[in-house]
Design a protein around this ligand. Structure first.
Ligand SMILES: *[C@@H]1O[C@H](CO)[C@@H](O)[C@H](O)[C@H]1NC(C)=O
Ligand SMILES: *[C@@H]1O[C@H](CO)[C@@H](O)[C@H](O)[C@H]1NC(C)=O
Ligand SMILES: *[C@@H]1O[C@H](CO)[C@@H](O)[C@H](O)[C@H]1NC(C)=O
Ligand SMILES: *[C@@H]1O[C@H](CO)[C@@H](O)[C@H](O)[C@H]1NC(C)=O
Ligand SMILES: *[C@@H]1O[C@H](CO)[C@@H](O)[C@H](O)[C@H]1NC(C)=O
Ligand SMILES: *[C@@H]1O[C@H](CO)[C@@H](O)[C@H](O)[C@H]1NC(C)=O
Ligand SMILES: *[C@@H]1O[C@H](CO)[C@@H](O)[C@H](O)[C@H]1NC(C)=O
Ligand SMILES: *[C@@H]1O[C@H](CO)[C@@H](O)[C@H](O)[C@H]1NC(C)=O
Length: 396
C-alpha cells in the first residue's frame, strides 16, 4: 500500500493548493507538524502518515467540518507535552471542564492504518501530581461528526481521557488498543478509554484497554450505544454516569448494551452512578444491558450507586432525581477482590425500577464471605434470590 501511495504523495505536494482528490503523505518537518497536518486534512482526501514517521504536534488541531476523509496513520502522531502552551490553548469543552488537543468533526471520516496516537502523558501525570487544578487534554474528541470509523489504531498515554465522542452520530471504534502507564510514582489519573456525550448510535468493539479510570463511560445523552468484546484492565469499569450532577440539566442514557467484556484488576465491572443530594440535576437511565462479563480482581463487579457522592442522610432527604429503569445484569462471573460481588444501592422512594439480575451465581469473592448487597430496590430475575436484603418483602 505504501509503495503505491508514495508517488501520489510527491504529486500531492505539487497540487495541494488546487486539487482535493489525491493522497498526501506527511513526513516529520523537524518543527511543529500541526500546520501541515491541518493543511492536508483540508486539502487531501487521503492523508497518509507512513510507518516510522512521527508527527510532532505542538499546536492544537481544529479539524472540524471535514467530509470524506481517510486518515491512514501507520506511523505516530505525538502531542508535544508543552504544558505551558496547552494551558490556555487546548480546546475547551464545557462539559465537566474538559480540554482537548484535537477536534475531529464532519462526515464520512475513516481513520485507520495500524499507527499510534501518543499523548506523551508522563509530563502531565507528574505535573498533575503537584497541581490538581491542571487541565489535561483529551487526545481526540470526535465533535459534531457523523459516520466516523476509527479502526486499527493504538492510543498511548493520554494526559487525561483518551477519547470523547461529543455530539456524534453513527460512530464506530474497532480494534483500538489503549495503554496508559506511568514510569514514575504519579498515577495515570482520569485516563478514561472513552466518554460518550450527547451522541447517538456509537459502537466500541474488539478493543483492549489498560488505563486508570473508566474503560468506557456513558455520559449525558448517550443513546443507542453498543460496547462489545472489550478487554479492560486497571480501570474503573464500564460506567453509566455519573449522571444528574448539574442543576437545571436533564440527562438521558438510553439503549445501551455492553456485551462480552473481560474486566480485570479494576474498581468496578458494570456500573451505573447517579447523583443525589441538594442542588443536583435530574435524568433517566433506561434500557441498559450488561451481559457476558468475566471479572478478575474487581472491587465491585456489579454496581448501582444512586446516592453517588452523597451520604446516607442526605440521600434519604434528597433522593436522586435521576431515575433508573429497565436494567439487565446478565451472565456476570468471575472473582472480586474482596467480599462484595454486587452492590445495588438505590435512593429511597422507588427511584429504581425493573432492575433484572440473571446468571450472577458464577460470581465469587476474592476474600471473605461473598456478599450480594442492595438497598431500596426490588430485584427481578433468576438471581434475585442471591440478594437477601432485596427479596424479602418485609424490606418494603
Ligand atoms: C474550528 O474551525 C472551524 C472552521 O474553521 C471554526 O468555525 C471553529 O470556530 C473552530 N473551532 C474552534 C474551537 O476554534
Ligand atoms: C495549576 O494549573 C492551573 C490550570 O492549568 C494553572 O492556572 C495554575 O497556574 C497551576 N498552578 C501552579 C502552581 O502551577
Ligand atoms: C488491530 O490493529 C493492530 C494495530 O493497532 C493491527 O496490527 C492488527 O492487525 C489489527 N487487527 C486486526 C484483526 O485487524
Ligand atoms: C448506526 O451506525 C452504523 C455505523 O455507522 C450504521 O451502519 C447504521 O446504519 C446506523 N444506524 C442507524 C439507525 O442510523
Ligand atoms: C438531553 O436531551 C434532552 C431531550 O432532548 C434535553 O432536554 C436535555 O437538555 C439534554 N441534556 C443534555 C445534558 O444535553
Ligand atoms: C431505543 O430503542 C428503541 C427500539 O429500537 C427505539 O424505538 C427508541 O427510539 C430508542 N430510544 C432512543 C432514545 O433512541
Ligand atoms: C434496548 O436497547 C437495545 C440496544 O441496546 C435495543 O436493541 C432494544 O430494542 C431496546 N429495547 C427497547 C424496549 O427499547
Ligand atoms: C456467559 O458469558 C461468558 C463469557 O463471556 C460466555 O463465554 C458464555 O457463553 C456466556 N453464557 C451464556 C449462556 O451466554
Amino acid at each position: 500500500m505504501r509503495s503505491t501511495l508514495l508517488p501520489l504523495a510527491a504529486f500531492c505536494i505539487a497540487i495541494t493548493q488546487r486539487a482535493a482528490d489525491a493522497g498526501c503523505t506527511l513526513t516529520a518537518s523537524g518543527g511543529d507538524d500541526a500546520p501541515q497536518f491541518l493543511n492536508a486534512a483540508q486539502t487531501c482526501d487521503t492523508v497518509v502518515i507512513p510507518a516510522g514517521e512521527t508527527l510532532d504536534i505542538q499546536t492544537r488541531l481544529n479539524m472540524t467540518g471535514l467530509s470524506n476523509k481517510n486518515f491512514n496513520i501507520q506511523g505516530t502522531v505525538r502531542f508535544n507535552p508543552d504544558i505551558d502552551y496547552w494551558t490556555g490553548n487546548a480546546f475547551f469543552i464545557p462539559f465537566q471542564t474538559q480540554v482537548t488537543f484535537w477536534l475531529l468533526g464532519g462526515e464520512n471520516i475513516v481513520m485507520n492504518g495500524g499507527g499510534t496516537l501518543d499523548g506523551a502523558g508522563q509530563a502531565w501525570y507528574d505535573a498533575f501530581a503537584s497541581n490538581s487544578s491542571l487541565l489535561r487534554p483529551i487526545i481526540m474528541t470526535v465533535f459534531q461528526a457523523e459516520n466516523v470509523l476509527v479502526e486499527n489504531i493504538r492510543m498511548i498515554n493520554s494526559p487525561e481521557w483518551h477519547n470523547l465522542v461529543n455530539e456524534g452520530q453513527n460512530i464506530v471504534y474497532s480494534n483500538i488498543t489503549i495503554h496508559a502507564e506511568s514510569t514514575s510514582d504519579n498515577f495515570i489519573a482520569n485516563t478514561d478509554g472513552w466518554n460518550v456525550y450527547r451522541s447517538d448510535n456509537v459502537t466500541i468493539k474488539d478493543s483492549n484497554i489498560v488505563n486508570g479510570d473508566d474503560c468506557v463511560a456513558f455520559k449525558p445523552n448517550a443513546t443507542n450505544v453498543l460496547v462489545s468484546n472489550l478487554d479492560c484492565s486497571g480501570s474503573h469499569g464500564i460506567s453509566v454516569g455519573s449522571l444528574g450532577q448539574f442543576p437545571g440539566m436533564f440527562d438521558i442514557v438510553r439503549n445501551v448494551t455492553a456485551i462480552n467484556v473481560r474486566m480485570s484488576n479494576a474498581q468496578n465491572g458494570a456500573r451505573i452512578k447517579a447523583w443525589a443530594g441538594p442542588n443536583v440535576g435530574s435524568g433517566i437511565v433506561q434500557n441498559i444491558t450488561f451481559e457476558n462479563f468475566i471479572v478478575d480482581d474487581v472491587d465491585n463487579p456489579v454496581v448501582i450507586d444512586q446516592c453517588y457522592m452523597t451520604d446516607a442522610d442526605a440521600c434519604a432527604e434528597f433522593p436522586s432525581n435521576t431515575f433508573i429503569q429497565d436494567i439487565f445484569f446478565k451472565n456476570i462471573s468471575g472473582t472480586s477482590s474482596g467480599a462484595t460481588v454486587a452492590s445495588l444501592a438505590c435512593s429511597p422512594d422507588g427511584r429504581c425500577s425493573d432492575i433484572n439480575v440473571d446468571g450472577l451465581e458464577g460470581l465469587s469473592a476474592g476474600s471473605g464471605k461473598r456478599a450480594f448487597k442492595c438497598q431500596n430496590v426490588e430485584l427481578q430475575g433468576e438471581s434475585a434470590d442471591l440478594f437477601p436484603e432485596c427479596t424479602d418483602t418485609s424490606n418494603d
